[in-house]
Design a binder for this molecule. Structure first.
Ligand code: SAM
Length: 278
């Protein structure tokens, strides 16, 4: 096996969500680097993999990264796994990868599950653009500042959230975006209580406040664009689109509204997408 660093994605819940190439890589490398050896041992035992594990976490990342780089320079192959999903996505790994890249050592991706991609793929977001914020800062003030930044950006935004904070974050979204703003909540993906809900933030707050037994597990929140920055006349176009879209398909509505307002079809199409996402 090539003496490289293999960044290997592991499941985000369902242990069958791992690629054959990932298992093959984990079986073949000389060392597996992980966040928490006890956690990763359980996963590796499940696949019948018994390997020497090296733990790397935020407190020893710099020293360990050098050690791991030296192992590779001596000809060893190394896999890196995080506790769940794709490493370096709201998880450690980026520092190690960067050390390898700076030393001109080969880094190979073994792709697989990631909660953000899984959530986005079942959220029905028609506009393909999105930004990923990961976890909001712990400080309430900084978290609010980031949500305001999201609001101003007018882009679909994916965030990770814990069960302790998910309701208060939804309240903050309601305060900034308005109670009718559409969000998506993907919970416990690939697990027994998997659910995806797309509704106004107000409705979803009421749902989770009533069903507190469902405020458990892991959450991805997707905030649809804020519909800010309406230029002069756009309000009228949006209103017309709202009415016509109730009767006609998207492309026909766009064609008609563009003709009525003497506008470029692409511009009207973008406005229609905003409406669909809202
Ligand atoms: N590296 C991981 C990835 O690729 O998605 C993310 C790790 S981050 C430390 C953990 C957070 O990801 C959780 O708090 C939750 O917001 C999200 N997450 C992880 N697994 C999930 C799942 N099965 N369902 C919903 N969200 C999940």
């Amino acid at each position: 096996m090539e003496s490289s660093l293999y960044i290997v994605a592991t499941p985000i819940g369902n242990l069958n969500d791992i690629s054959m190439r990932a298992i093959e890589t984990l079986k073949t490398v000389d060392y597996i680097v992980c966040e928490d050896t006890r956690h990763s041992k359980k996963l590796l035992n499940f696949y019948g993999i018994n390997k020497k594990l090296i733990a790397i976490h935020q407190h020893n990342e710099k020293n360990k990264a050098n050690e791991i780089l030296h192992l590779c320079e001596k000809g060893h192959s190394i896999a890196y796994i995080s506790d769940a999903g794709t490493p370096a996505i709201s998880d450690p790994g980026a520092f190690l990868v960067n050390s390898f890249l700076e030393a001109k050592q080969k880094v190979i991706s073994i792709p697989g599950a990631s909660a953000m991609v899984s959530a986005f793929s079942i959220a029905g977001i028609i506009d393909h653009h999105f930004q990923f914020y990961g976890f909001l800062p712990n400080s309430q003030k900084k978290a609010k500042e980031q949500l305001l930044e999201v609001y101003k950006s007018n882009k679909t935004t994916i965030i990770y959230e814990s069960p302790n904070r998910v309701i208060s974050t939804m309240h903050e979204i309601l305060n900034i975006f308005g109670e009718q703003h559409t969000i998506v909540i993907a919970r416990e993906l690939t697990k027994m209580y998997e659910s995806v809900k797309k509704d106004s933030v107000n409705t979803l707050i009421q749902f989770y406040e009533k069903n507190s037994e469902q405020v458990k597990g892991e959450f991805v929140l997707i905030i649809t664009p804020s519909n800010l920055q309406l230029e002069e006349g756009e309000e009228k176009i949006l209103n017309a689109l709202k009415i016509i879209l109730q009767e006609l398909p998207l492309s026909q509505s766009v064609r008609l509204v563009a003709a009525i307002f003497n506008k470029n079809k692409k511009e009207v199409y973008n406005l229609a997408l905003r409406l669909k996402n809202d």
